[in-house]
Design a protein around this ligand. Structure first.
Ligand code: DX5
Ligand code: ZN
Length: 223
């Protein structure tokens, strides 16, 4: 895969919420391919973030696909509300879901794309039986719940194993990584097989514009 095919998914968790629309529009103009929205309930992860109303508002100001990363208990209860708000794709966790196939089918029945996320301590093999039903796999490269964390290098061999499994079973499935992705770690994750990069603090930060940050990540992939 060429590095040009790698997609960037800015995570708005790190955005300035007072200027959210502006920042997302800038990310779109700068060439980001989708917007990643982290949904946290204070139970599945020890943090609270945002819900479907944020998706509805963003739906009005961007054409980019909106991807909801659900870090919540009982994701099935919220699929309909998120679909109505304008979500294009869902990422649900393997952890804590004792009927993952039901969740995946519920999202597919709504006509939306679906991916399953695995935490750093979870091996990719848990997804073998469900991989054919998925549009993507998300390997968490930090423990979920917070932005601005350091990339866990131990996840690199796991990204490689996930890539091998995908190529063997379902080559059309994409492989996304999330957490601590910046211009140093992005090339490592891509070399290991990732083709979608979530980036929060590397794209929305005080030290540079969103446009400059997107360009910096892209050029790190080219060097
Ligand atoms: C963490 C979230 C991430 C987070 C990434 O639980 O899933 O999407 O926003 O933020 P950075 O890129 O700052 O690590
Ligand atoms: Zn996320």
């Amino acid at each position: 895969m060429t590095t040009d095919a790698v997609k960037l998914a800015p995570s708005i968790l790190a955005a300035d919420f007072a200027r959210l629309g502006e920042q997302v529009a800038e990310a779109e103009r700068a060439g980001a391919e989708r917007i990643h929205i982290d949904v946290m309930d204070g139970h599945f992860v020890p943090n609270l973030s945002m819900g479907a109303p944020v998706i509805s508002s963003l739906r009005r100001i961007t054409r980019l696909p909106l991807e909801a990363h659900l870090m919540i208990l009982n994701p099935d209860f919220f699929v309909e509300e998120f679909v109505e708000a304008g979500t294009d794709s869902f990422l649900v966790h393997w952890e804590g879901n004792n009927d993952l196939s039901r969740t995946v089918q519920c999202i597919k029945a709504a006509g939306k794309r679906v991916g399953v996320a695995i935490n750093p301590a979870t091996p990719p093999t848990v997804l073998e039986e469900i991989l054919q039903d998925l549009d993507q796999v998300l390997v968490m490269t930090v423990n979920p719940g917070f932005g601005h964390q350091h990339f866990l290098p131990a996840t690199l061999p796991k990204i490689r194993r996930a890539r091998e499994m995908i190529d063997r079973i379902s080559p059309g499935c994409s492989l996304e990584v999330d957490g601590g992705i910046d211009s140093t770690t992005a090339p490592l994750a891509v070399a290991a097989g990732a083709d979608v990069l979530v980036a929060g603090s590397a794209i929305f930060n005080e030290s540079e514009s969103v446009t400059a940050a997107v360009q910096r990540l892209r050029s790190a992939l080219q060097s």
